[in-house]
Design a binder for this molecule. Structure first.
Ligand code: HEC
Ligand code: HEC
Length: 281
């Protein structure tokens, strides 16, 4: 399994000494390049990344409140790219992705009540802890860090953008009684959908039967570049996405055609099936 590839390579914990560049980018190459931790060794723009790491390390030294004030507006705006799948703030819940409160210092894939991919859980038990450094690398290229992560996000290329976003997110880590309330992820209203569509209970068995058509493109574990993972989603979000394609509120020719042929009940059934579906090998 790819996610377990570099188990012992990542012994750093938040608050201990910072890794040297050597340690952070294991130079050893494996034949399975571009998978798991070893992909770090092949990362182009190593120098650029190193300066980003230094920036992130400096940033880590700032008290959260200072970071928050410094570039909070920019970080919050960049968080718009995460909002579709994540919540953060007071009352934040797991949505398509886990909530991002108290992210800094926690092991990857470690929150209760969220079904992570096997790859993310393996990375966490193999020693991956979210720090400014590991988060910076993950946001730059999620699948270079956790090869078979279910997170369908192509990456944030700008080092300064990542630093601003991380500074903002850091304000939600550590005990704070005054967290601003979480912003909701995409809602039915945003697409002008009837909320009754969300109340339909789908039959997961029927959904499993219908899913054959979907898994020709959506591989069971997510993984494929360009085709997002659709397993483990909260059913409402799944229903919202499919109706948005069906009604042309989300534009993608293949998905509009696929969704256009599905009835409301079929969409509900698929949502129920993919919600409980396991990752593939
Ligand atoms: C299309 C949906 C989607 C988008 C957009 C997205 N994520 Fe994720 N994210 C996920 C999913 C799903 C997971 C769980 C991955 C797994 O289990 O493999 C995840 C996991 C994570 C994790 C690991 C959390 C943990 O508890 O270990 C972090 C950190 C994270 N995302 C940050 C971000 C940030 C920051 C952004 C915006 C720049 C973002 N994500 C954008 C879906 C998304
Ligand atoms: C021909 C290939 C193909 C088939 C078949 C297909 N999809 Fe998709 N699907 C895609 C692509 C590509 C996207 C990304 C589209 C976009 O960027 O909006 C997508 C997006 C989605 C999304 C939104 C994902 C996100 O991260 O926002 C959902 C949900 C979804 N598909 C469900 C399904 C279901 C359910 C089926 C079967 C009934 C299915 N798809 C069949 C290619 C396909």
């Amino acid at each position: 399994m790819a996610g377990t590839a570099g188990t012992a390579v990542f012994p750093f914990r938040h608050g201990r000494r910072r890794p040297t560049v050597r340690e952070f980018f294991p130079v050893r190459r494996t034949t399975k390049t571009k998978r798991g931790w070893s992909a770090f060794a092949d990362h182009d723009g190593l120098r650029k990344t190193v300066s980003a790491l230094l920036a992130a390390a400096l940033l880590a030294a700032l008290p959260a409140a200072a970071a928050w004030g410094a570039d909070g507006g920019r970080g919050k705006a960049l968080y718009g790219q995460c909002k579709r799948c994540h919540q953060v703030g007071g009352g934040a819940k797991h949505r398509i992705g886990p909530h991002l409160n108290d992210l800094f210092g926690r092991a990857a894939g470690s929150l209760g009540g969220y079904r992570y991919s096997r790859a993310m859980k393996a990375a966490g038990s193999g020693g991956l802890v979210w720090t400014p450094e590991t988060l910076d690398a993950f946001l730059a290229e999620p699948r270079a860090v956790v090869a078979r992560s279910r997170m369908s996000f192509k990456g944030m290329k700008g080092a300064e953008d990542r630093a601003a976003l991380l500074a903002w997110l850091r304000g939600f880590s550590g005990a704070r009684a005054d967290l601003p309330p979480a912003e909701p992820t995409v809602t039915a209203e945003e697409y002008g959908l009837d909320p009754k569509l969300l109340a339909l209970r789908g039959d997961p068995e029927y959904g499993a039967y219908l899913a054959g058509e979907c898994t020709t493109c959506h591989r069971p574990g997510g993984g494929e570049v360009g085709i997002p993972s659709i397993t483990g989603w909260p059913p409402e979000e799944f229903v919202i996405a499919l109706h948005a394609y069906k009604r042309g509120k989300r534009v993608h020719p293949a998905m509009q055609m696929v969704a256009g042929r599905l009835s409301d009940d079929e969409i509900a059934a698929l949502a129920a099936h993919f919600h409980r579906a396991e990752d593939g090998p």
